[in-house]
Each structure stands twice: as structure tokens, then as C-alpha cells.
Design a protein around this ligand. Structure first.
Ligand code: PLP
Length: 429
């Protein structure tokens, strides 16, 4: 198992670093990997882009979640980054899983996770996948329309159903309620149909949009969920679980967002109601750093202005791990990785606007003009073909949506490090 060997090697040479030294640990891993490549003779793919993943960061995010959202049991949204070691760590931390397809359910079950820890959180499901869920006793699933209820009655009448309601997700990066979620004027009708079909509706689910930025969206969604709980009670359902979805970013907005959500939960739902969530990016965004190789460069001389800028071509782009630029509206920030005797890591310094700054645009390796990572960025030094750049915060919605367009690989190595002893103990490393 190469991945595990990778962890073993990274762990074997390190002392306990903790959060403060995580950056240094990641930097050392980036540098070690790049320095091991002989760029003049290496084989095809040896200098491919690669990730460094700090499992300690995932662990820290979990502790932060428990501190700020004690009432909400997280079910990690596998779609965001199905990295096997991340899943393994989350499983060991007793986190549940939000799966959106047969393969995601299969992957989680194969780790030995009990089916009761999985929610099949996809309101519009493929029939054979529903049969698979039924065969494997994955009972919790969401719905938001009448056809799904008929489908469930036919294929899995014992399912524990969550009625997904729409939300105001206008302040989020990726809006989901355009596609999913019943409006409040249709919930009563759906519940009546579920009753008629003798189905078991156990709760309400919502998602305020991925990368949410307005805590008020949670207040409104919790209020709406309360309303639907009351509608269900009037029809004789005994709803017992609220699913508050995902949407949390891992940055400093998490604490205020969590405080608002916790307050609304306590205001509208008694402690007897179980609350679960489906965080994705929150857990992994900051845990992954990607390193890319500068494969080519074009000099752009502007005779009129008397300036010189450069177009840099990397071996990864928007059809690969930078798919997050297109699908997730991200703007990854390039940093120069320096090896040898140079200062390593984080060489982006202050003084960007000094006259000596050099301007670059950064492009991916495919033939398509849309394949651009940064239209304009500056560095205080000249970057050459053969240099390496790295980008932090590349854990969410990146490698999971990479393609093989132009014949490039969609599978890149991950070098695992672990800056938290607690996580290493859980993984028996
Ligand atoms: N749950 C569902 C149903 C989703 O569709 C998504 C993302 O698309 C998530 C959870 C994860 O969202 P996030 O990464 O914003 O936490």
C-alpha cells in the first residue's frame, strides 16, 4: 500500500510538530520530494504535480468542530475529497459520512464503517444505487420530490427519509438550492404523500450552499426546518433528526457561523432532537498543498511600455487539480518553492509593489485557452522553466473533479505528513 508507506516514511523522520510547525513540516515534504527528482533524466510522470496532505490539519479541524458545534454530529461529505487516508482518519474519529453515489457508499463501507453512520444525501438517486443502499442497510437518505417517494416505496420502503428543503443560498460560492430542495409551499403535500405510501420520514435536511458566507442563512433554514417538523408532527410522523448540511468554510468565519447556528438550534429544537451536519470543505481545504512544475515559459515584451512579463506553463491546470477554479470559484495563490540552499517555502514576501516585481500569468498544460490558473500575479524574482510552484488550500473540490483531458493524468501522488500526535495515534502510525 503505497499511500501508507508514504505516511510511514513521512512520520518516521519527524518529531511531534503540532499546529505551529505544520507549515515547516509541509515545506520539508515538498522540498524532499522535489529534490529527489533528477529533472534531466527522470521518467515520464516523475515530475508530475503532487500533493502534500497534513492529516494533522484534518484532526485539528475536527477538534475545532467539536468545540464550536458540539451538538452537531459531522457526516463528512465524501464528494469533496475522497482521499483514502482522510476517510480513514475521519472514520477513526467517529465522524459519519455523507455519500452521494454508490461508489462513495461502497468506499466508506469497505473501511468497516457501520451503515448507520452513512447518509445517502442525494435527493435524486439512481434506482440501482437505491437497491445497493438497501442491500447494504444504508437507510438514511434524502428526498425532495414526489417521484423519489414512489421510487423509495418500490425499492427501499424501510428507508429513513429526510425531507430536503430549499434555502436562501445567495451568499454562497456554489448554490445548491437552484437544483435541490423542496419549497415550503410543497412540503405539506410531500409529507402527505409519504404518509399515504407508508414511508418513514425521520427528519429534515438543508444545505445553505457550499462556501456560505451569511450566517443568517442558517437562522432562516433552521426556522423553516422547525416549520416542517411541526407539519410532520401534525401528520403523525415522529421526526427526530435535523441535518444542517455543509457550507462551512475552514477560515475565521467558522466560529461566528457556528455560534449563530448553535443559537438557532437551541432556540428552535429541544435537546431531544438529534442534529447532524454534512461538512466537506471545512475538513480538508487547508490540509492539502499542491506542487506543480514550470514546464515552459514565454516572454512577453511590450515595446510601447518597455515592460517584460512572462507566461508560465505548469503541468497541472483547470482540467486537472485546478478544476476548483471553474467548479468552485476559487483563486489559488501561487508561491515559489525554492530548493537547494535557498530559503524554502513561503518566499512570497512583503514589498510586492516594489519596482523590481516581475509580472506573470500562469497557465495549465492543455491546449485550451480557458486553462489559466492566474491571469496576473507578481513575484519578486524571475521564475524559470524547471522551477516549482506550490499552492496552499487545495484540499476541497480539486482532485475529485480532475479530468484526463489532453491525455494528462487525473491521478496525482499524495505525500502524507501528520503534524498532530493525536492523529498519528489514531492511525497507528
Ligand atoms: N452535502 C451536500 C448534499 C452537498 O451537495 C455538499 C456539497 O455540494 C456538501 C454536503 C458539502 O458541502 P461543503 O463542502 O460546502 O461543506
Amino acid at each position: 500500500n503505497t499511500a501508507l508507506k508514504c505516511i510511514g516514511q513521512a512520520i518516521g523522520t519527524q518529531v511531534d510538530h503540532g499546529a505551529g510547525q505544520a507549515k515547516q513540516l509541509i515545506g520539508e515534504a515538498l522540498k524532499a520530494r522535489v529534490e529527489a527528482i533528477d529533472h534531466d533524466v527522470c521518467g515520464v510522470g516523475d515530475e508530475d504535480a503532487f500533493f502534500v496532505a497534513d492529516l494533522g490539519e484534518v484532526y485539528r479541524q475536527h477538534l475545532r468542530w467539536k468545540k464550536n458545534l458540539a451538538r452537531v454530529k459531522p457526516h463528512y461529505a465524501v464528494k469533496c475529497n475522497p482521499d483514502p487516508q482522510v476517510l480513514r482518519l475521519l472514520a477513526a474519529m467517529d465522524v459519519g459520512f455523507d455519500c452521494a453515489s454508490k461508489n462513495e457508499i461502497d468506499m466508506v463501507l469497505k473501511m468497516g464503517v457501520d451503515p448507520s453512520r452513512i447518509i445517502y444525501a442525494q435527493p435524486c438517486k439512481t434506482k440501482s444505487y437505491v437497491r445497493f443502499a438497501a442491500q447494504n442497510h444504508v437507510k438514511q437518505m434524502t428526498f425532495d420530490n414526489a417521484d423519489e417517494l414512489y421510487k423509495t416505496q418500490q425499492l427501499f420502503p424501510e428507508a429513513e427519509l429526510f425531507l430536503r428543503i430549499s434555502t436562501d443560498d445567495s451568499a454562497s460560492l456554489c448554490r445548491l438550492s437552484q437544483k435541490f430542495g423542496a419549497s415550503l409551499d410543497s412540503t405539506m403535500e410531500l409529507l402527505e404523500l409519504a404518509k399515504k405510501l407508508d414511508l418513514n420520514v425521520v427528519g429534515v435536511a438543508f444545505h445553505v450552499g457550499s462556501g456560505a458566507s451569511d450566517p443568517k442563512a442558517f437562522i432562516k433554514a433552521v426556522q423553516d426546518a422547525r416549520l416542517v417538523f411541526d407539519q410532520a408532527a401534525n401528520l403523525g410522523f415522529n421526526m427526530h433528526t435535523l441535518d444542517v448540511g455543509g457550507g462551512f468554510t475552514g477560515d475565521e468565519t467558522f466560529e461566528p457561523m457556528a455560534a449563530v447556528l448553535s443559537e438557532s438550534l437551541d432556540a428552535y429544537f429541544p435537546p431531544s432532537v438529534r442534529v447532524i451536519g454534512e461538512p466537506g470543505r471545512y475538513y480538508v481545504s487547508t490540509a492539502f498543498t499542491i506542487a506543480c512544475h514550470v514546464i515552459a515559459r514565454r516572454t512577453v515584451a511590450d515595446a510601447t511600455l518597455g515592460t517584460t512579463s512572462y507566461m508560465l506553463y505548469l503541468n497541472d491546470g483547470v482540467y486537472g487539480n485546478f478544476s476548483s477554479i471553474i467548479f468552485d470559484h476559487q483563486n489559488p495563490v501561487p508561491c515559489l518553492l525554492k530548493c537547494g540552499n535557498d530559503v524554502l517555502y513561503d518566499v512570497r514576501r512583503s514589498g510586492y509593489d516594489t519596482p523590481s516585481m516581475v509580472e506573470y500569468s500562469i497557465w495549465g498544460p492543455t491546449c485550451d485557452g480557458i486553462d489559466v490558473i492566474s491571469q496576473s500575479c507578481t513575484f519578486p524574482q524571475v521564475i524559470d522553466v524547471g522551477d516549482w510552484l506550490y499552492f496552499e488550500n487545495m484540499g476541497a473540490y480539486t482532485k475529485c473533479s480532475a479530468t484526463r483531458f489532453n491525455g494528462f493524468t487525473d491521478s496525482h501522488d499524495v505525500v502524507y505528513v501528520c503534524s498532530e500526535p493525536g492523529a498519528r495515534a489514531l492511525l497507528s502510525l
